[in-house]
Every structure is written in C-alpha cells, then in structure tokens.
Design a protein around this ligand. Sequence first.
Ligand SMILES: *Cc1c(COP(=O)(O)O)cnc(C)c1O
Length: 386
Amino acid sequence: MTYYFDHNATTPLSDPVLACVSRALRECYGNPSSIHSAGQAARSAVELARSQVAALLNAQPGEIVFTSGGTESDNLAVLGAVRLDGVAGKHAITTAVEHPAVLGACAQLVREGAEVTYLKVRGDGVVDPDEVRHAVRPTTVLISVMHANNETGAVQPIAEISAIARAAGVLFHADGVQAAGRLGTDVRELGVDLYSLSAHKLNAPKGTGALFVRKGVKLQALQFGGRHERERRAGTENVPGIAAMGCTAEQLVQQRARESVRLAGLRDRLESSLLERVPGVRTNAHGATRLANTSSLRFDGIEGEALVIALDLAGFAVSSGAACSSGAVEPSHVLLAMGLTPSEARASIRFSLGQGNDEAQVDALVEAVVASVARLRKLSPVYEHA
Ligand SMILES: *Cc1c(COP(=O)(O)O)cnc(C)c1O
C-alpha cells in the first residue's frame, strides 16, 4: 500500500473517468471521420469532450485542439507560433523555470535561427513582469511563461504579462498543465492566446492533452496528414483519451474550488508539522503565491534522492528536487534559477497532493519524514549534529 504524494508527476484515474474511458473504448470504436453511425458516435464523444474542456477554460469549443499531451501542446504553441512564415530573425521570450517541454522547443527554435531570451526569476520563483516588458524587441513574436511551476507550485503573474504582450502585439502562451484544475483558468481573464493542458495531471489517462488556440491565432502545424482538428493536428483522434479528458474537465468545473481549499489545508498541515518537528527545513518559493497542493521543502544535510528512496520503502511516493537524466542526478534547473546552490537543490523534496490524500495520510507522511530525516542525518558526514 502506497500513499501517493506525487500528483505533479502524474495522477491516478478517478472512478468517473475510468467509467468514461471504458465506455468510450467499448462503444466509440468508430473513426470520428467516418460518416456511418459508428463513426458519428465517436465524433459526438470527441465533440462533447471539446465543449467540456472549453467550458473549463471559458473558451469556445472551436478554440480547443486535442494533442497527445502537455509536451505536444507546448511544442505546438511555441514552435507553431514562431515557425509560421519562417523562423529567421524572430525573437521569443520565456523563463528559466519552464518545463523541459517549453525549454526544449525553444532550444529547437534557436537551432532553426531564432533568438530566445530566458528570463531569470526572483528568489521566490516568480518572474518580474518588468523584466518581461524590458525584454520585448521589435522582432519579438512570442512570450511563453508557465501559469504554475510543477516543482515549486509558484504561480506566475499571467494577467500582468498578458497585458504586456497585448500592448506589444506579441502572442502569449502559458503552460497551464499544473494550473488547470487547481487555479482559475478562464483564458479571457488570463488574457492568453495559447494555453496548454495535459489529461494525466488531471486524473485522466496519459497520452492526451489540449491546446487552447484563441480564435484568429494561426499556427504552423507540427505534423501533416488528414485535416483533423481544423488542420492544426493531423491524425485520427485518441477517442477514449479525449472522452476521458472531457469527463475530468467537467468534474473539475464542479469540484475545483472546494478541492483546492481542502488541499491547501492538507498542504499547510504537512508544512507546519514538518517545520515544527524537523530542524533545518526551509520552504522553496516561500512568499510566492503557490498551488494549493504543492510543497517543495529543503532539508539541510539531506540528499533528496536518499530521502525519496527511504520514504518509498516506508510506503510513500514523493519526488526529489532533481531530475534523473542519462543516469546522472542533476540538480533541478528550477531551483538553481531561483538562486539555490546545487547542494540546496539536491536537498529538496517535492510533496504534491491530490484527490486521494486525507489528514490521516498526511499525518503518517509527517511521521515517516521525521524518522527518515533523523536517520539519514545520523549517517551524513556533512550534517552538523546539534
Ligand atoms: C507534466 C508537464 C508537462 C508535460 O505534459 P505531458 O502530458 O507529460 O507531456 C508540461 N508542462 C508542465 C508544467 C508539466 O507539469
């Protein structure tokens, strides 16, 4: 039995979504492009989901493009906006704390001849809108800033940045993968032109995402073939995944406000207990507005990886402030960009809460962290034993 505290990595399926997926797999096997009734059943499932996802964002159904996930949505937004009519001589602005899906797309734009400015963040993980304003050039065509950070939960000033983008006549993309379902995601209020979602961060299956594309915004497609998704994304639709995403969007519209109050209570209980009972603990992104479900803490003298493994053995799934790429454990680029030293970044752990968590689980987690940190510190050659 594992208590799961890693909802920013992915989430389990909720029961209504599971029911929706199995119904779609059984009943909506037709190709949505076919004109017979089996095809039409699949088409209606896709179009129902499109209106459900649109409702979550206060968008029009025609402004929703289904994709294979958050990574593709980010790629379609960033590459699609800058590649239209050619990349050469164009400039884009993003931040140093974006998800690799945006950073990787920006790196590709640089290889294709664009220039990209990577904005720093303050110590609390938040971008200063003035820095965005100063970075805008006559050649700037896109600003991409995430709504909420997956590692720290820090929420960016999206509405302020969108006002800057609008005044400069520049397209504005926000990666809303972590924000959707947790914050208000009214795209009219946020003022975004492009907004990315991923189903598996929202209690639906992996492999489906969506991109909000404001009416009138043109993108260069990433893949070519049939005329699906109004020629913005060729390929037969992932009908069960899309149906699940619609179902989860509808649940979120109803539950989001109540659930984020509940999660904030659990998160505060977790943080205040750990800060009280464990010496040498600090909150990353302290002082920033943060997602209700996310707590990134650093424990002096601890290797985050070792604590993740110790907690896993004790039956708790959490994540470290590091990414394991090509076998080597690299300190998180997000925490480094906030000014943490590599060892502070490596000493960080992310707890991310979700639907299944309750007070009893949080209290059990606190006990396990207190015990594991004490044990690891005893073994640590560098930790100053008080
Ligand atoms: C998970 C995540 C993504 C990538 O989404 P996938 O569906 O896993 O490709 C992009 N951005 C953020 C902020 C994420 O947390």
